[in-house]
Design a protein around this ligand. Structure first.
Ligand SMILES: Nc1ncnc2c1ncn2[C@@H]1O[C@H](COP(=O)(O)OP(=O)(O)OP(=O)(O)O)[C@@H](O)[C@H]1O
Length: 469
């Protein structure tokens, strides 16, 4: 017998497409466009699965889901939503939805999930309160949807999460969200920035120490692991952890127990671990700088945060969010001009959300007008540090790596070809700054004039073409 699906969707075009895809898959499909129609259909027939939009003509498909779940606890529900916020994803999961699909979605994936839902014949968690108020993560871009889905997947378990992404993309915020929205919210959230602690103190910082464990240990100290009992320990910049501390951390993760430095007692710890890094750990493993076994212990659920430049649609909403936060912190209340929003959207944001946030705070403070205009943004962009020196260096490095991976070279020429790629923009930049004057260009570059001349000729760059007259 064919399985029966109820489709609750008020957008005719979407409903038609989904209906056709499900029918192709062998489902018998009834559809309706409103909460009332849904309730009638459910009362009249048995359905193996329900797919529902959120905003319907006569109500909210998620808000009213609790009653449906109470009445039909075995019917899995799939949420289709155009309200692509973390809030919707979390509300859907908390109301017992089996799956959450942000629009636009991949039809094949939706059909696959529907089949899976019917086969597993179950829903997930149920809950009544709405944890969606004041959620910390702003942004509805497609790029963030996978992040939201993964967050909802780890809220009700203790799986170890590894948050990856460039500096300033919001890794700590994701860790906080998982803690705040999850089962451990009543426990402590303890962040540790591994990179900020002197190497020789890391172990004592994490695991604590006994009195007299080392010079200066004048009293017993409780480490971050113990402080996080019953809650979440956030290990930021995990890639910077020294080898000995890595070994100790691995042991703690394997056994669920720690030992204070200089102590002999084994202490059981009940802590959820969320780690984060902006470094690529795989080459570090290959270079022997990061333990492979620790990597696999931490990388149970990887959540990769996209850089801000890959979610340009989030830039204006984030800017508005920071403006309102700035006003809440006593800075002048400002709004954002359209031209300014557009200019912000076009920036590369190498320092990601943190860089945007800093710029918005400065703009709120310095703007002469209540409406921040493009000119103000422009003047601040000129002085804005484009990310940390570190991330810029990484940027050039990763660009070169990408280029190396995608290019073809003559055998034995790699070194010279790569140097030429770097030299060309460098020399062009110097020549255009100096109007084609080779002496000045050589001075700017800090290299010998004859060397520059020789290389220009080898690279077939004509300095005359940069001349200003
Ligand atoms: N999606 C977001 N919505 C609102 N604020 C955000 C978002 N992402 C990041 N932020 C803000 O940007 C700043 C940087 O975020 P966060 O510290 O979480 O980044 P990070 O990736 O952990 O950086 P790092 O790798 O340098 O530690 C914070 O002030 C955070 O509140």
């Amino acid at each position: 017998m064919a399985q029966r699906a109820l489709l609750v969707e008020d957008d005719n075009a979407i409903a038609t497409v989904i209906r056709a895809a499900l029918e192709d898959e062998g489902f018998e499909v009834d559809s309706t466009d409103a909460v009332a129609g849904r309730d009638e259909a459910l009362a009249a027939r048995h359905y193996d699965v329900m797919l529902t939009d959120v905003i319907l003509l006569d109500g909210d498909g998620i808000e009213t889901l609790g009653a449906v779940r109470d009445e039909y606890p075995d019917m899995p529900v799939i949420i289709l939503s155009a309200q692509n916020t973390l809030d919707t994803a979390v509300r859907a999961t908390d109301r017992g939805a089996f799956e959450y699909f942000p629009k636009p979605f991949d039809l094949d994936e939706l059909v696959r999930a529907t089949r899976q839902a019917v086969e597993s014949g179950k829903s997930s968690i149920s809950g009544e309160e709405d944890p969606g108020q004041g959620l910390p993560l702003i942004g509805r871009s497609q790029a963030m949807q996978e992040v939201y889905r993964l967050i909802t997947r780890v809220l009700h378990n203790d799986l170890t999460v590894l948050v990856l992404g460039e500096s300033g993309t919001g890794k700590e915020l994701v860790a906080e969200a998982i803690h705040e929205l999850g089962a451990r919210k009543t426990g402590p959230f303890v962040p540790v920035n591994t990179a900020a602690i002197p190497r020789e103190l890391i172990e004592s910082e994490l695991f604590g120490h006994e009195k007299g464990a080392f010079t200066g240990a004048t009293a017993r100290s409780i480490g971050k692991f113990e402080q996080a009992q019953g809650g979440t320990l956030f290990l930021d910049e995990i890639g910077d952890m020294p080898a000995e501390a890595q070994t100790r951390l691995l042991r703690a993760l394997q056994s669920g127990r720690i030992r204070r430095v200089g102590g002999s007692e084994e202490i059981a710890v009940n802590v959820r671990i969320i780690a984060a890094t902006n470094r690529d750990l795989l080459p570090m493993i290959a270079a022997g700088e990061f333990r492979e076994d620790l990597y696999y212990r931490l990388n149970v659920v990887p959540i990769k945060l996209p850089p801000l430049r890959d979610r340009a649609g989030d830039i204006a909403p984030l800017a508005l969010h920071f403006l309102s936060r700035a006003a809440g912190e006593g800075l002048p209340k400002r709004s954002l001009g359209e031209d300014a929003a557009q200019l912000l959207t076009q920036q590369p944001w190498r320092g990601n959300v943190r860089e945007l946030q800093n710029l918005i705070y400065r703009a709120a403070l310095l703007s002469r007008d209540d409406v921040i205009d493009a000119e103000t943004v422009e003047s601040l962009l000129d002085t804005a540090p484009q990310g940390s020196g570190n991330s810029e260096a990484q940027d050039i490095g990763s660009t070169i790596t990408r280029w190396l991976e995608s290019s073809r070279f003559g055998e034995g020429n790699l070194y010279h070809d790569a140097l030429a790629e770097l030299e060309r923009p460098l020399f062009r930049h110097a020549l255009s700054k100096t109007g084609g004057n080779q002496l000045k260009a050589a001075q700017l570059l800090g290299i010998n004039r004859n060397t520059l001349r020789k290389r220009l000729s080898e690279l077939d760059i004509d300095p005359e073409s940069f001349s200003r007259n």
